[in-house]
Design a protein around this ligand. Sequence first.
Ligand SMILES: Cc1cc2nc3c(=O)[nH]c(=O)nc-3n(C[C@H](O)[C@H](O)[C@H](O)COP(=O)(O)OP(=O)(O)OC[C@H]3O[C@@H](n4cnc5c(N)ncnc54)[C@H](O)[C@@H]3O)c2cc1C
Length: 583
Amino acid sequence: MTFSPPQSDILFALTAQAGFDRLIACGAFPDCDLDLVRAVLAAAGDFAQDVLAPLNRPGDVAGARLENGEVRAAPGFAEALQSYGQGGWSGLAASPEHGGQGLPRAVEQAANEMMHAANMAFGLCPMLTLGAIEAIAAHASPDLQAIYLPPMVAGAWTGAMNLTESAAGSDLAAVRTTATPTPDGAYRLNGQKIFITWGDHDAAENIVHLVLARIPGAPEGVKGISLFLAPKFIPTPQGGIGERNGVRVAGLEHKLGIHASPTCVMAFEDALAWRVGEENRGLAHMFTMMNAARLGVGVQGVAIAERAYQQAFSFAQERRQGRPVLAAQGDGPIADHPDVRVNLLVMKAKIEAARALCLLTAVEGDLAHAAPNAADRETARLRQDFLVPIAKAWSTDRGVEIASLALQIHGGMGFIEETGAAQHYRDARIAPIYEGTNGIQAIDLIGRKLGQANGEAAKSLLAEAGDIAKALASHPDPRLQAAAPFLTSALSSAVQATHWIEAAKLRSLPDALTGATAYLTLMGETLGGALIAKGALAVLASETDPAQRDARIRSLTVYAAHVLAKTPGLRAAIELGALALGA
Ligand SMILES: Cc1cc2nc3c(=O)[nH]c(=O)nc-3n(C[C@H](O)[C@H](O)[C@H](O)COP(=O)(O)OP(=O)(O)OC[C@H]3O[C@@H](n4cnc5c(N)ncnc54)[C@H](O)[C@@H]3O)c2cc1C
């Protein structure tokens, strides 16, 4: 159950597929070059492998526990969180003004992939803290920033995101927690939140809760929700730990997976809180955190897929059954059965596609802030907005699919806990649910993102993919040529389905919404395929190692045959609209 950090694959995705050179060229990250990125990834890989991976299975078995009204983190997790902070990992992309290192968020996501792969339950705590840091930095008053950001960036305090209530899950308009103003400009929160990840624990000095609540008299629905910051302990004026706030863990959920990540029922009982950002604009502000967290969850999908793949690959080299037709003299491990081999190759290719999609989304997110001119920032923002739901949903669906295939490759042993394949499958299953279910991501994609600025983001991404398909078709290598028609046909399906969805939105919402998930999947498969092709073209242009070249070409050909070839079927499903419901 060892984990081997895939640093070179991640670096390849950043540079050859996600366009990281645009971040270096934009001038906003003068201290960041490829040598630094390589060094950061190497150190992140070491930390993931040496510190986090050994805690993964014990954390699954022991879980977090509720004792005397306090959550105790699983054994070793508090020490690991301390090392994480001391290693500077919480501050990688935070502003130097708050003690951070000011690196691109794309580098942070790249490093985080290895942390999640090593230990997904652990990775959630920093992931939510990083999202909270981003939201506080973007929307909180300078006073709040001065108190809360330095210890959070230093990794001493962690963050939690409090949206969900028992009657307000996907529909946050139903949030009922109240925030009553106090005479000195603060608020008192009252209400109960459920499913709060790392909402309570003993692994950090303080926990900073970002909470959605309503100020009395606020309008109904999402236009009456504001965002608040409520710490577990009220900081002293010197920034130390002061008295206990009215924030209490009221229960701990028992779950299918991520056992070491405490999922808490949180009671806010006259909890002292401060507003973050404008009154009644809380949901919009929280989206700063949710966009970061949604991409972070997409990265978790890639991470758990990579971890499960590594384990399945290694098992398939050892296990012997039957006489595999791909083996010399018919004697070899199960990896030499074509059915097992093709599964492994498809898994690897899908990981490559999902990783490239997530890192492309991260690079666009960085450019949305850092590009030197306003038009480029706006283009990048639109592309990031469009890509976030795809990166979240497509990657996490692949995470579950690949963890399931990895278990399958283990045969009966996959179903037995001690091999560890089952844990990856159980852990992977939450990612399509939280941070907005994948169904909600699909609705967000077609309802809000697709039509923004006259569909500019989809048009530009599909146009770039079209150029890649042309480059494949005219490439001298026959293997690339053979893949070209599959990418071209997927692109044609994606373009036609986009027109169909846009027209259906005006004509009949049930028609458009019935195909929403199929549309998101079609976009994920197609854009992911274009990125794999981009990688294969890059490797043929620059790489001299034949093994590296063959590996990338193999990813492209297997992805063309086993993923892109199926995309016209997705288009057909989309265009059936509500007829598919028998309506
Ligand atoms: C382990 C875990 C950790 C979590 N961590 C956090 C956290 O840290 N902070 C936090 O605030 N929340 C957290 N959540 C909550 C999580 O974000 C919600 O569970 C999720 O958003 C779905 O809400 P729900 O469970 O109420 O499902 P529901 O909203 O009831 O949805 C049920 C089903 O209906 C579908 N559905 C609902 N509305 C629509 C619609 N309009 N159109 C189409 N389909 C729809 C959904 O896709 C889903 O399949 C966590 C949950 C879990 C299980």
